[in-house]
Design a protein around this ligand. Structure first.
Ligand code: PHE
Ligand code: ZN
Length: 849
C-alpha cells in the first residue's frame, strides 16, 4: 500500500550514491510464500560522492537479520528501505529477508507465473527482492546461488556450478540491479548455437513451459539473425558463454533485457504458423532483436538515472527498426512506424501526458515507459543520423562504445560523441530531448525566373508541462518533381534551425511539385494547404515510397474530414488514384495493402479537433464505413485480381514476401465482405490452415455481424492455447460494431477463461475496447464506466498495467461537453479510490490536469 503524499523526483537533484558496490553474492531459497533471500555485498566509500548516507532501498521485505563485517546490526527500517551506521572504510553487508512470490500480483520483483518463478526488476523491482541501492548508476558483478526443487534454475551470466536442487551463476559484467534476473521451474529448452565473429561458441536456449517447445524455432532464428546483424552493422559481439530467453505467461510488458537471461512475455517469443499471425511473427522478430541489442545499448552502457531512459530505449528501438528494415522491406517498415507514431506518440505529445523525450521529473518511473521515450526517442536518433550522415553516425557509435563501455551514462555523454566526431554544436539539437510537444511545420512556395523557393515556419504549441517552445533543428528531406513526373531534384536534406526559413532551388525549367518531408524525416505535423491535384499527382508519381503512401493518406484524411464536416461524398480523385496503384502489380503487395488502409478513427478525431470541429465518434465511424463501402463498390472489378495476388500457394512462411501478399489478400477480403456479406470470409475461415488467414476471416465475419458460428468454433478449436485465446477475446471487442463493443466486453469478463491477473488477457479485452473508438466513446458513457470499474479492480493487484491503461482517457478534452464530463467523472471516480497506487494516482492526476 502506497504512502500518503506522492514524492516528485527531479533530474536536477541527481547525486551519486555514497558507496560503490564491489561484489554481490545472493542466495535464494525458493518457496512460494516464504522465499528467503540472503545477500552478502561488499561496499566501499565512493570518493566521488559527498552524501555518505547508507540508504538501501527495500519494499515489502521482511528483514530477518542483518550484519556488517559479521556483526549483527539493527538498521532503521521504513516502508521504502533502511539506513544504518556504517564504517568509513570498505565493509561487508549481509542480510536475510523473506518475500512471497506467490502472492505478488504486481509482477514486479520475484513472482510466480503458472508455477514458474521469475523476476522483473526494471525499473525499481529489485528492491522487492532484497535491500540494495536500487539505482542504475550502481553497478556490480553478481554471483547467485538458487536453491529449489526445480529442474531448471537460471540466473544472469555464465553457469558456475550446479547440483541436485541448486545452481550457481556468475555474471562477470558489472551491471545495475535492474538487469538482475532469476528463473526457476519445470521448463523445457529449445537449443541453438551461435559462433561469434571472433570464433567464440555461444550456447543459446529458449525456455518455455512443456508443450510450448514447438513454438520456439522462429524465435531462435530471429536471435541468431540479430546476433549476426549486430556484429555486421554495429561491430558488437556477444560477451558471455550462454544466452537464455525465457517465455513467461504473466508479464506486464513485451520483454526484458536482463543480462544473459532475457525474460519475454510469451506473446513476444512463442510462435507457430497455426497459432500466430504474420504480424505476430514480425513483432517477435523485432522484440527479440530489441532485447538482444540492449546487451550493448543498455547493459554494457547503461543509464545514470531513469531520466536517461531514452539513452537506451530510443537507441535500441532505432536499432531494431534498422534491423527490421534490413530483414524485410524498408519502406513498409517506415510507413508502419509512422502509423504507430501518429497513433500512439502524437496523442500523448499533444495531450495532458505530454513530456520530453528526457523527462525532468516523475513520481513513478514506470509511467515513463512511453511512446515518447521509446518511439520519439528513436525518431530523434534517426534525425541525428540524417543530419550527420551515415559515416559520421557509424564513427560516433564506435566512439560511444569505446568511451563509455562499463559506464552509466547521460544524454550529454551521447551527444558529446557526436560533437567530437563531427565538430558540430548540438546545443540546439538537444531541444529534441528537453522540449515536449509535436512541432507543426507550415510551408509556402514561390517560383520566379527558374528559382523555386520554399519557406517553412515551425511552431510548437504550448503543452501543460512547458508554456514556451523554441525552434528546433528540423531535417527536412525534399525532392522536386517536374510536371511530367520526372524527379528534377533528388532527395536533398534541408536543415531548418530558425522559426522561419527559406530555401532556394535554382535553374528549374518550370515550377516543380515538391515532395516534402520524405521518409518522414522529422516527427512533426506538416501543415500544408497542398492542393488536392498536387496530392493526386504525388500519389501517382512520387519516387519516395513513403511520400507516395503519405499522399494517399492525406487525400483519405481530407476526404473523410470533408465527409464528417460538410457531408461531402468520398473524393473520387482519391479513389481513382488509388485504383491506378492497386492495378500496378509492379508495386509490392504489402505497400498496396498499406495504401488501402484508412486513417484510424482516433487520428481523424484529432484532425477534426485541429480544424476546429468537435469530433463526433459516431459520425467518424459512419464516414469510414461509407468510405469503405464506396471503395468496395468502386474497386469491385479489381477485387478478384487483388485476392489472386494476395494468395500464397507455397507452404506457409512468415517471410516479408508472403506476409505482404496475405495482407493484400486481407485488405481485399475486407472490401469483398462489404459486397457479399461474409460469404468469402466464411469460406476462408473454413479452409484456413494458418492463423493469419483464420483471424483475418474471423475479423471480417465479426464486422459483418455474421460471427456466431465462427466465434464458437474458433473457441472450441483453441480453448487450450492461451495466446490464441487472447486473440479470441480481443477480436470480439475490437472488431465489434460500436453499439455492441461495451456489451461484448462486459460479457467476456464473465467468461470462465477471463483472468484479470493475466495482463495479456486483461489487455485483450480492455485494450481492444479502448481501441474501438466509437464503441469506447459510446454516448451514454457506458464504455468509460466499464473501463473505470475494471481499472479500479486491477489497480489493487497490478498498478503498473492499470496505470498504463489509463491513457485510454488521455484525449478526453477533445470531445463534446457531455462526453468530457462523463470521462472526467470516470477519472475522478478512479482518483477517489482509497489506497490507489502511486502509479495510477500520478497518471489520473496528470490526465485530469
Ligand atoms: N526494458 C524493456 C525493453 O524495452 C521494457 C520493460 C520495462 C520491461 C519495464 C519490463 C519493465 O525492452
Ligand atoms: Zn528496450
Amino acid at each position: 500500500m502506497k504512502d500518503a503524499a506522492p514524492q516528485t523526483i527531479y533530474l536536477r537533484d541527481y547525486t551519486p550514491f555514497g558507496f560503490v558496490v564491489e561484489e554481490v553474492h545472493l542466495t535464494f531459497r525458493l518457496a512460494p510464500t516464504s522465499t528467503r533471500v540472503l545477500s552478502r555485498i561488499k561496499f566501499a566509500p565512493n570518493p566521488e560522492a559527498t552524501d555518505k548516507t547508507f540508504f538501501l532501498h527495500g519494499e515489502d521485505l521482511i528483514l530477518k537479520s542483518s550484519k556488517i563485517d559479521g556483526k549483527k546490526v539493527t538498521p532503521t527500517v521504513t516502508p521504502e528501505g533502511l539506513t544504518c551506521a556504517v564504517p568509513d572504510k570498505p565493509f561487508v553487508w549481509e542480510s536475510e529477508v523473506e518475500i512471497s512470490p506467490q502472492t505478488n500480483t504486481a509482477l514486479e520483483g520475484l513472482y510466480m507465473s503458472n508455477g514458474m518463478y521469475c523476476t522483473q526488476c526494471e525499473a525499481e523491482g529489485f528492491r522487492k527482492i532484497t535491500y540494495y541501492p536500487d539505482r542504475p548508476d550502481v553497478m556490480s558483478v553478481f554471483t547467485v546461488r538458487v536453491e529449489g526443487p526445480h529442474p531448471v534454475l537460471l540466473s544472469n551470466g555464465n553457469p558456475k556450478d550446479s547440483g541436485d536442487g541448486w545452481a550457481e551463476w556468475r555474471d562477470p559484467w558489472p551491471k545495475p540491479s535492474y538487469l538482475f534476473a532469476l528463473v526457476a521451474g519445470d521448463l523445457v529448452n529449445f537449443p541453438g548455437e551461435f559462433t561469434t565473429c571472433s570464433g567464440k561458441d555461444v550456447e543459446l536456449n529458449i525456455w518455455a513451459r512443456p508443450g510450448d517447445e514447438g513454438k520456439c524455432a522462429f524465435g531462435m532464428e530471429a536471435l541468431k539473425k540479430s546476433m549476426k546483424w549486430d556484429e555486421e552493422v554495429y561491430g558488437r559481439e556477444y560477451d558471455l558463454d550462454i544466452f537464455n530467453i525465457v517465455a513467461v505467461d504473466d508479464f506486464n510488458m513485451g520483454a526484458m533485457e536482463n543480462k544473459g537471461l532475457n525474460v519475454f512475455n510469451s506473446s513476444a517469443v512463442l510462435a507457430s504458423p497455426e497459432t500466430s499471425t504474420d504480424m505476430n511473427f514480425e513483432r517477435i522478430e523485432a522484440i527479440i532483436a530489441h532485447e538482444y541489442f540492449h546487451n550493448w545499448t543498455g547493459n554494457r552502457i547503461t543509464c545514470r538515472d531513469w531520466f536517461q531512459l531514452c539513452l537506451k530505449e530510443g537507441l535500441t528501438v532505432f536499432r531494431d527498426s534498422q534491423f527490421t528494415s534490413d530483414m524485410r522491406s524498408a519502406p513498409v517498415k517506415r510507413i508502419s512506424d509512422v502509423i504507430d507514431l501518429r497513433g500512439r506518440q502524437f496523442p500523448e505529445d499533444q495531450g495532458p501526458l505530454s513530456h520530453p523525450v528526457r523527462p525532468e521529473s516523475f513520481q513513478e518511473i514506470n509511467n515513463f515507459y512511453t511512446a515518447t521515450v521509446y518511439e520519439k526517442g528513436a525518431e530523434v536518433i534517426g534525425m541525428l543520423k540524417r543530419l550527420v550522415g551515415d559515416e559520421d553516425y557509424a564513427e560516433a557509435l564506435e566512439l560511444y562504445f569505446a568511451r563509455h563501455d562499463g559506464q552509466a551514462c547521460t544524454i550529454e555523454d551521447w551527444l558529446k560523441v557526436f560533437e567530437d566526431v563531427t565538430g558540430r554544436d548540438l546545443t540546439q539539437f538537444k531541444r529534441w530531448y528537453s522540449q515536449s510537444g509535436t512541432p507543426r511545420l507550415s510551408v509556402s512556395e514561390a517560383y520566379a525566373d527558374g528559382t523555386y523557393t520554399l519557406t517553412f515556419k515551425q511552431h510548437t504549441p504550448p503543452s501543460p508541462d512547458q508554456a514556451e517552445k523554441l525552434p528546433q533543428v528540423l531535417p527536412i528531406a525534399v525532392g522536386l518533381l517536374n510536371p511530367n513526373g520526372d524527379e528534377v531534384v533528388k532527395t536533398t536534406l534541408l536543415e531548418m534551425t530558425e522559426a522561419e526559413q527559406s530555401f532556394e532551388f535554382r535553374d528549374l525549367a518550370s515550377k516543380p511539385v515538391p515532395s516534402l518531408l520524405r521518409g518522414f524525416s522529422a516527427p512533426v505535423v506538416l501543415e500544408r494547404a497542398a492542393s488536392r491535384d498536387e496530392q493526386v499527382f504525388l500519389l501517382a508519381h512520387d519516387t519516395d515510397a513513403f511520400n507516395r503512401w503519405e499522399a494517399g493518406r492525406n487525400l483519405a484524411r481530407a476526404s473523410l474530414i470533408a465527409m464528417v464536416r460538410d457531408g461531402a461524398a468520398p473524393d473520387q480523385a482519391y479513389l481513382d488514384g488509388l485504383a491506378a496503384l492497386l492495378r500496378d502489380d509492379d508495386l509490392d503487395p504489402a505497400f498496396r495493402a498499406l495504401m488501402l488502409s484508412l486513417p484510424s478513427q482516433s487520428e481523424l478525431a484529432q484532425a477534426l479537433y485541429e480544424v476546429g470541429v468537435t469530433p463526433d465518434p459516431d459520425q467518424i465511424w459512419q464516414a469510414k464505413e461509407t468510405m469503405a463501402d464506396t471503395m468496395a463498390r468502386t474497386f469491385r472489378d479489381l477485387l478478384p485480381k487483388l485476392a489472386f495476388e494476395g494468395k500464397v500457394t507455397e507452404p506457409y512462411e512468415p517471410s516479408a514476401e508472403q506476409s505482404g501478399k496475405r495482407s493484400l489478400g486481407a485488405a481485399a477480403l475486407a472490401l469483398q465482405t462489404r459486397l457479399d456479406g461474409g460469404e468469402a470470409a466464411q469460406k476462408q475461415f473454413d479452409k484456413a490452415d494458418n492463423m493469419t488467414l483464420q483471424l483475418s476471416a474471423l475479423s471480417q465475419l465479426i464486422q459483418a455481424g455474421k460471427d456466431a458460428k465462427a466465434v464458437q468454433s474458433f473457441h472450441d478449436q483453441w480453448k487450450d492455447d492461451r495466446l490464441v485465446m487472447d486473440k479470441w477475446f480481443g477480436l470480439q471487442v475490437g472488431a465489434a460494431h460500436p453499439a455492441q463493443a461495451v456489451d461484448r466486453a462486459k460479457a467476456l469478463t464473465e467468461h470462465p477463461a477471463f483472468d484479470m491477473k493475466n495482463p495479456n488477457r486483461f489487455r485483450a479485452v480492455f485494450g481492444a475496447l479502448a481501441m474501438n473508438h466509437a464503441g469506447f466513446h459510446r454516448k451514454d458513457g457506458a464504455g468509460y464506466d466499464l473501463l473505470a470499474d475494471w481499472l479500479i479492480k486491477l489497480d489493487a493487484k497490478n498498478p503498473q498495467t492499470t496505470a498504463r491503461m489509463c491513457s485510454a482517457f488521455q484525449t478526453w478534452r477533445r470531445y463534446d461537453a457531455d462526453r468530457q464530463s462523463l470521462m472526467k467523472a470516470a477519472l475522478e471516480r478512479i482518483a477517489a479510490q482509497p489506497s490507489l497506487s502511486r502509479d495510477t494516482t500520478e497518471m489520473v492526476s496528470r490526465i485530469l490536469g
